[in-house]
Write a protein that binds this ligand. Structure first.
Ligand SMILES: O=C(O)CCC(=O)C(=O)O
Ligand SMILES: [Fe+2]
Length: 363
């Protein structure tokens, strides 16, 4: 179905953006096709399962299905909204920082979070928009006028992203031979959850002082759908001597990764890969980096524990215990635990996710 010229288009750079360099090490992510997954192609199902067990990160080609194309259009619209959103004054944006109320939605200024144990601060700003707010599952939070005007675009992007997440969950459910709809029933679109869109902006860094913009972490939830144009995202593959590798942004594709919840549900069968954001490589370092993310998380009350009902999910080992924590508490602990303005003494271990499992290093 895909012509060669189409393949070439998807590999070229984004228009108007300096090229991603050819001489930096990049991660060998599998490229999956949304068209084939939607058409229930068994080989593509198998590749999805592989990607989720090996790396927990993959590209999803959205240019080869109607549903994918429409999500790409929605993402384009929101990139424009994101640029305008961060142009608002810091004073205005800070009105929407709700972290003091233990909410992870709203604004986070640059430098509000630690990137490492040495105390270095982050170099990007976020704005998190709740899916429940936009889709009418919960009451709307106060928001800048621009976001109020963009509710239709946000809703369309959220529905499109949630549909892709549900497709992925249903295929994984099938591959694991879990009882029908086990995974999707933990992620119902109209149920209360931490699902959200994140707008990210990282300004260019001074040439003599380029540092980590977003510290290494695993995502907290289930499935993340990420749109990048400039490089800078890096992943740490499994293993003792692993080195950080860039993820090259591809036009027409989303970057999809699994989060901690999927590791817990499958007792470590699926991976939630450690990643971070550095200054963009090569000529791209001079540009402002924007990204757009949809985070799907389990519904708030879901316990993050091994699922019953699949022979493929490893049994608990003798002496292995599971913490009793639900999705909502997990997200708050992880998300706000590294904010010096909120926590008097930061405990990196306490706010950690599944990094240790992700590294796949036997101790
Ligand atoms: O900006 C990016 O490319 C990645 C952001 C990210 O990893 C996150 O927000 O969790
Ligand atoms: Fe992330």
């Amino acid at each position: 179905m895909q012509s060669h010229s189409n393949q070439k288009d998807t590999l070229s750079n984004f228009p108007g953006i300096p090229p991603f360099p050819d001489d930096v090490p990049t991660a060998p992510l599998l490229r999956l096709s949304s068209g084939k997954l939607l058409a229930s192609d068994p080989a593509e199902y198998e590749r999805l399962f592989q990607a989720c067990t090996d790396l927990g990160f993959f590209y999803l080609d959205l240019s080869d299905s109607q549903q994918g194309m429409s999500l790409l259009d929605d993402a384009d619209n929101l990139f424009k909204v994101g640029e305008r959103l961060f142009e608002l004054s810091l004073e205005e944006k800070k009105k929407y920082d709700f972290s003091a109320q233990k909410s992870y939605f709203g604004y986070k200024a640059q430098g509000a979070a630690l990137v490492d144990k040495q105390g270095n601060l982050d170099r990007n700003e976020f704005y998190n928009v709740s899916k429940d707010d936009i889709l009418g599952v919960s009451d709307p939070l106060p928001a800048p006028e621009l976001l109020t005007q963009s509710r239709a675009e946000l809703g369309s992007f959220m529905r499109g992203s949630h549909a892709i997440v549900t497709l992925i969950l249903n295929i994984l459910n099938d591959q694991l031979a879990l009882p029908k709809d086990t995974l999707s029933n933990l992620h119902r679109r109209q149920a209360v959850s931490g699902d959200m869109v994140r707008f990210v902006k990282a300004p260019p860094q001074p040439a003599d002082d380029r540092r980590t913009a977003l510290g290494q972490h695993t995502d907290f939830g289930s499935v993340t759908v990420l749109f990048n144009r400039l490089g800078g995202l890096q992943v740490l593959p499994p293993g003792e001597d692993a080195e950080w590798l860039y993820v090259r942004p591809l036009p027409g594709h989303a970057i999809v990764n699994l989060g901690d919840a999927m590791v817990k549900f499958t007792n470590g069968l699926f991976r939630s890969n450690i990643h971070r954001v550095e200054s963009p490589p090569g000529l791209q370092a001079e540009s402002t980096r924007y990204s757009l993310v949809y985070f799907a998380r389990p519904e708030d009350s879901v316990l993050l524990r091994r699922l019953e009902g699949s022979e493929q999910i490893p049994a608990m080992e003798d002496g292995q215990t599971e913490e009793e924590i639900n999705s909502k508490d997990w997200i708050i602990r992880r998300a706000l635990g590294r904010r010096p303005d909120l926590v008097s003494e930061i405990d990196f271990e306490k706010s950690a996710g599944t990094e240790q499992i992700s590294r796949r290093i036997k101790v």
